[in-house]
Design a protein around this ligand. Structure first.
Ligand code: FDA
Length: 516
């Protein structure tokens, strides 16, 4: 309406007036009248659900190329009452980094993505707009025996990823990405640049997993790199129902969290064509693994802890750690490492996901119920990913960072529904499928509260009032599921650093206000 048009003109004027920035910032600002606005907006969108003609669009996109631009954008949006969304890699499952029902501005960190690795101290300063692939690539350029324990998808942004925890194939050995952050640069609500020392330990704690767009804008993280051997081993062993997939998954549930911490075996479950019965489909369990060592050490470990899988040398491939990054990202062996710098996904689909934590092995009837539900959707549309916990994850205390899912969890489930057809009908069909699946699995997963992983954001579990006046009680519905007891400390920190709730979205921590 007229008011928002007026406000956003004032906002743009303010950016121009911040004379310190004006010379360079104008060309980094996009409004819908600029022809490149849609390219910039759509560039990092990962979920087609939020890339339709009816999706609300930002009034302005600002793409800062230095920290002072981020400060100017915060100061001007504060001054003119503009709602902002911060975007790093754009992988938010519910599109919260680039969609809002309020008139809004996107601060997109796409141009703030430098990575600087210091091999001597084994640390790296990484700007928030860098993608995980660039982080891994830059580490490998400097050292063949260092790595970083973050996600498997190279296009994920490090800004949002660490803001929600962040895990990958190294989690059983080294924990989460957020567990390995030692400093940060944050722009607070007043536009000040803070580092660990000046922000204080409580705020530094909160930004390592308490959710993005809540405490300020992270412009860089300092990472502690971790040692990896010069040779690692990978395998993917696939078993269908006819090859006893159910029994093997059942067994996996009992061993996956107790395996040696150098060994990570996740299971990916999907409906596929049956090779033994033409015209029929089956469920395939893919046991997908990284071992931090050579095949000769892996085989006896598997023989001792999971002989039922029948792993043999021929199933395994030895490679460097950085090659294993390509392997888990789905690239073939001889792909050049430079592919890790590529930020565009080969295919972007519609999707909806949910997460769960499993504390006791699910009975066979539950597994069979899951298979039955995978059979209800066409192939390629439903997927379950079981990721093992244990190891280092069980040693880190629940309150070390905001992410609370530590000892006592056997594994995490990610439930996924994908589709390619546009339209409300298809979207309803898939979303109602995943909601029924989630409801079916209720008795077999964590309870009171039923836990969830914030980086697999799911707005079904509860949302804030977007006007900014959400009560503690209302937010704790979703907050306790993501953060357990840490939710209280997050509310406390938020109340200290952003009492007017400037940085907010559908699932950001609300500050306590008088009387609530
Ligand atoms: P995006 O830019 O969308 O930001 C996510 C949230 O953080 C938003 O609320 C945003 O406003 C906020 N934010 C972003 N940058 C910020 C900044 N600099 N300062 C403050 N707030 C900021 N997870 C995982 O743990 N392991 C995995 O292997 C994978 N794999 C994976 C694959 C694919 C294809 C997708 C789509 C997602 C994953 N994820 C994942 C989930 C991923 O960790 C999660 O979506 C992250 O929040 C994405 O961070 P981005 O910066 O890309 O997202």
């Amino acid at each position: 309406g007229a008011t928002s048009a007026h406000t956003h003109e004032d906002f743009l004027q303010c950016l121009r007036l911040q004379s310190k920035y004006s010379a360079s910032i104008s060309k980094l600002v996009y409004t819908p009248i600029k022809s490149s606005y849609f390219d910039v907006l759509q560039f990092s969108i990962q979920n087609r659900r939020f890339n339709t003609t009816i999706t609300p669009k930002p009034l302005v996109i600002v793409t800062p190329s230095n920290v002072s631009h981020v400060q100017a954008a915060v100061i001007c949006s504060q001054k003119h009452g503009m709602h902002i969304r911060v975007r790093s890699g754009g992988h938010d499952y519910e599109g919260l980094s680039y969609v809002s029902v309020l008139p809004f501005v996107i601060i997109d960190l796409i141009n703030l993505g430098s990575v600087s690795v210091d091999a001597t101290s084994n640390t790296a300063w990484v700007e928030a707009g860098a993608n995980l692939g660039k982080v891994y690539y830059s580490i490998a350029q400097k050292s063949g025996t260092s790595g970083f324990p973050a996600g498997t998808c190279p296009t994920v942004g490090i800004g949002g990823h660490i803001s929600g925890g962040g895990y990958g194939t190294l989690l059983r050995k080294y924990g989460l990405a957020a567990d390995n952050v030692i400093d940060a640069q944050l722009i607070d609500v007043n536009g000040r640049i803070l580092d660990r020392a000046s922000m204080g330990e409580d705020l530094f704690w909160a930004i390592r997993g308490g959710g993005g767009n809540t405490f300020g804008i992270v412009v860089a993280w300092k990472l502690n790199l971790v040692p990896v051997p010069d040779t690692v081993t990978v395998f993917t062993v696939e078993k269908t129902l006819e090859q006893y997939a159910t029994q093997l998954v059942d067994r996996w549930q009992c061993v996956a969290d107790k395996l040696h911490e150098d060994l990570f075996i996740r299971v990916i479950l999907e409906r596929v064509n049956s090779s033994s019965q033409p015209g029929k489909t089956t469920i395939r369990a893919a046991f997908n693994s990284l071992f931090l060592g050579k095949v000769d050490s892996l085989l006896p470990l598997m023989q001792e802890s999971f002989p039922e899988l029948g792993l043999v040398k021929e199933d395994c491939t030895e490679m460097s750690w950085i090659e294993s990054v390509l392997y888990f990202a789905g690239f073939s062996r001889n792909t050049s490492l430079e592919i890790l710098l590529n930020r565009t996904q080969p295919s972007v689909r519609f999707f909806k996901a949910k997460s769960d934590y499993v504390k006791e092995p699910m009975p066979k009837v539950a597994l069979e119920g899951l298979w039955k539900r995978l059979f209800q959707l066409e192939m390629g549309s439903g997927q379950l990913i079981f990721s093992p916990y244990g190891g280092r994850m069980s040693e880190i205390s629940e309150s070390s960072v905001p992410f609370p899912h530590r000892a006592g969890n056997l594994y995490q489930i990610q439930h996924l529904a994908y589709w390619d057809e546009e339209g409300i009908k298809e979207s309803r069909r898939h979303i109602s499928w995943i909601r029924r699946l989630y409801s079916f699995v209720t008795p077999y997963v964590s309870k009171n509260p039923r836990l969830a992983y914030i980086n697999y954001r799911d707005l079904d579990i509860g949302v804030n009032n977007l006007q900014g006046n959400t009560s503690y009680k209302q937010a704790s519905i979703w907050g306790i599921k993501y953060f357990k007891i840490n939710f209280d400390k997050l509310v406390h920190v938020k109340t200290q650093v952003d009492p007017a709730n400037f940085f907010r979205n559908e699932q950001s921590i609300p500050p306590l206000s008088c009387g609530i």
